[in-house]
Unconditional design. Structure first.
Ligand code: NDP
Length: 255
């Protein structure tokens, strides 16, 4: 018999696709969704880069499929996601993302475009591909990984900031269109999470201290802090949440 708790939070029988699942937040989300009962489709640039996450999910006892794709390329996404309807994905996590640090006055357009393609255009294109199939299925849920820079300007990361403001916008736009078709769309805005993406900040002693001083919980977040929230947003318990950008930041935005 299914308990109330299981009926609200279990992902048994679901299939979740996670982009950027080779490491960091994406790898943690893929494993957490597997622990909650979902089979997983890992999306990454190479088979080798996904090996560790794949093994972890097999050890958890769930099935794994791989989709190889460089999400900075619209053509690569088109090709890799052409058969997505056949995979019958219930949960899409748009997590893949990249950052480039340079003052606005010195930012090269090539860098700007790479970040916008990777962090923003891919979110729309992959959501569109999966969302079309979810609309036909009559159900699905999408969780985008936004950022505190969906709300704030940041320092020396103008393209990243623009891309993440865009992710918050897409989240609400798609939620408005697809909520009545059985598909909810939300985002998580992580605070400062200890991954490769933020290694440069932790290596800068002064910057690290100023970041820590503003976090009421008093520590950097870890990928598992975000993964637990992704499980919640993907679960039946979150069925009436739609178009939300949920900050998970140890209290940073409250300061
Ligand atoms: P990591 O650098 O640890 O991981 C990034 C992931 O995205 C990797 O799996 C990487 O794959 C993948 N990726 C990057 N570019 C591409 C590409 N062109 N095609 C396919 N995959 C790609 O960073 P995080 O785990 O920290 O970041 C995950 C998400 O969380 C990002 O969207 C980031 O912006 C967001 N975020 C992170 C925060 C933090 O404090 N860490 C704060 C707020 C948001 P590969 O192994 O091939 O490089």
């Amino acid at each position: 018999m299914t308990s109330w708790l299981e009926s609200q939070f279990s992902l048994n029988g679901k299939k979740a696709l996670v982009t950027g699942s080779s490491k960091g937040i994406g790898a943690a989300i893929a494993q957490a969704l597997a622990h909650a009962g979902a089979d997983i489709v890992l999306v990454g640039r190479t088979k080798e880069s996904l090996e560790a996450t794949k093994s972890a999910i097999v050890n958890i006892g769930r099935k794994v499929e791989l989709v190889l794709c460089d999400v900075s390329s619209p053509d690569a996404i088109k090709e890799a996601f052409a058969g997505i309807a056949d995979l019958k994905v219930d949960i899409l996590i748009n997590n893949a993302g990249s950052i480039s640090r340079a003052p606005a006055a010195e930012t090269e357009m090539q860098d700007w475009n790479r970040i916008i393609d990777t962090n923003l255009n891919s979110v729309f294109q992959i959501s569109q591909a999966c969302g079309r199939a979810m609309i036909v299925q009559g159900s699905g849920t999408i969780v985008n990984i936004a950022s505190l820079l969906s709300f704030q300007g940041g320092i020396n990361v103008p393209a990243y900031t623009a891309s993440k403001h865009g992710v918050a916008g897409i989240t609400k736009a798609l939620a408005n269109e697809w909520g009545s078709r059985g598909v909810t769309v939300n985002a998580i805005a992580p605070g400062y999470i200890s991954t490769d993406n933020t290694a440069a900040l932790r290596a800068d002693v002064d910057r690290n201290a100023s970041i820590l001083a503003r976090i009421p919980i008093g520590r950097w977040g870890n990928p598992e802090d975000i993964a637990a929230v992704a499980v919640f947003l993907a679960s039946p318990a979150a069925r009436y949440i739609n178009g939300e950008v949920l900050t998970v930041d140890g209290g940073w935005m409250g300061r």
